[in-house]
Design a protein around this ligand. Structure first.
Ligand code: PLP
Length: 340
């Protein structure tokens, strides 16, 4: 199987499993797991933040951040197509009890002037905007990168309104590898940030949430409340430490493979690739027929893809697929098109 549904399908490599098997562990609810503590220290340092917290998922990290940065009823600004809007089962409403105000971003990059005018001051009538959430890279926009300059401007606006900025950096290291901007430079422009270990970095589970000591202290309590207090999870944190050392630079290979796919698919008539030079590890393409039907035909040829909209397919590259499989994928899709 060539599984291009998501970078979440990556399986731990033998070397990662070895690191996991040998991890020193303790009860993390008592702060006693040395491997978790190390992952948190290494992550905070890498991102230039004071502290970090290991969480089971990006969704839980986002929930915690929204809850810590806001009070019930506050306004939170986010993209209409943000993961937190579309794929987190309404958690801004159900867990953080906030009102979302949405903006649209061209190709995943918010319009700075629109953002400038979107903040509401607290008044007799309005709860006030206390948080803005950004996503980098932007999943629904095709793994697009919000440039450092845009993040800087939005952060300045956020601070002038005394609000906080949370960065959903599920794929932050894809942005880092593709742009050459360091993680710390990106997140200098955020009060808190979460990144996923479980995606392109290849771990079986986990995310890391980073911010100030004060933020992480409060985040730890919310994590506990949500049922995310974990015990001997150094076994999982060891995978994270291994990935931060060994799986960041190789993301460039995933990006090269995505470009190869995009360029190959763009040659097939009937397929409209959204970005033939994808910035990171995702390829979105539109067709005039059912994406479900196409994905079923691909599956019959051992290629798995995600029919993300009725006529749109998403392919994601990762460490579980290689260059020759990219060429094979293009060939298989081309053959499906020639037959129909
Ligand atoms: C995957 C993802 C998340 C959530 O991660 P889970 O670990 O699956 O809960 C959040 N934001 C973005 C942009 C993502 O791609």
């Amino acid at each position: 199987m060539i599984d291009l549904r998501s970078d979440t399908v990556t399986k731990p490599t033998p070397a990662m499993r070895n690191a996991m098997a040998n991890a020193e562990v303790g009860d993390d609810v008592y702060d006693d797991d040395p491997t978790v503590n190390r992952l948190q220290e290494v992550s905070a340092k890498l991102l230039g933040k004071e502290a970090a917290l290991f969480t089971p998922s990006g969704t839980m990290s986002n929930a915690i951040a929204m809850k810590v940065h806001t009070r019930p009823g506050d306004e939170v600004l986010m993209d209409t197509e943000a993961h937190s809007m579309l794929y987190e089962l309404g958690l801004p409403a159900t867990i953080a009890h906030v009102l979302t105000r949405q903006f649209r971003s061209a190709k995943g990059v918010p319009d700075v002037e629109e953002i400038r005018h979107s903040f509401h001051a607290e008044s007799l009538h309005n709860p006030g905007t206390t948080l803005i959430l950004l996503e980098n890279t932007h999943n629904r926009a095709g793994g697009e990168i919000i440039p450092l300059g845009v993040m800087r401007e939005i952060y300045q606006i956020t601070k002038s309104h005394d609000a906080s900025l949370h960065l959903d950096g599920a794929r932050l290291f894809n942005a880092v590898t593709a742009s050459g901007v360091s993680a710390a430079e990106f997140v200098e422009n955020a009060d808190s940030v979460t990144f996923c270990l479980s995606k392109g970095l290849g771990c079986p589970i986990g995310s890391v949430l980073c911010g100030t000591h004060e933020f992480i202290h409060r985040a730890r309590r919310v994590r506990k409340m949500l049922g995310g207090g974990m015990r001997q999870v150094g076994i999982l944190a060891a995978a994270g430490l291994y990935a931060l050392e060994n799986h960041i630079e190789r993301l460039e290979t995933d990006h090269a493979n995505a470009r190869l796919l995009a360029q190959g698919l763009a040659q097939i008539s009937g397929i409209r690739v959204r970005n033939i030079s994808p910035p990171t590890n995702m390829v979105y393409f539109d067709i005039d027929a059912s994406s479900d039907v196409l994905c079923r035909k691909m599956r019959a040829q051992n290629v798995l893809a995600n029919p993300i909209e009725e006529q749109t397919v998403r392919l994601v590259t990762h460490l579980g697929v290689n260059e020759s499989q990219m060429r094979e994928t293009v060939k298989i899709i081309q053959e499906i098109y020639e037959k129909s």
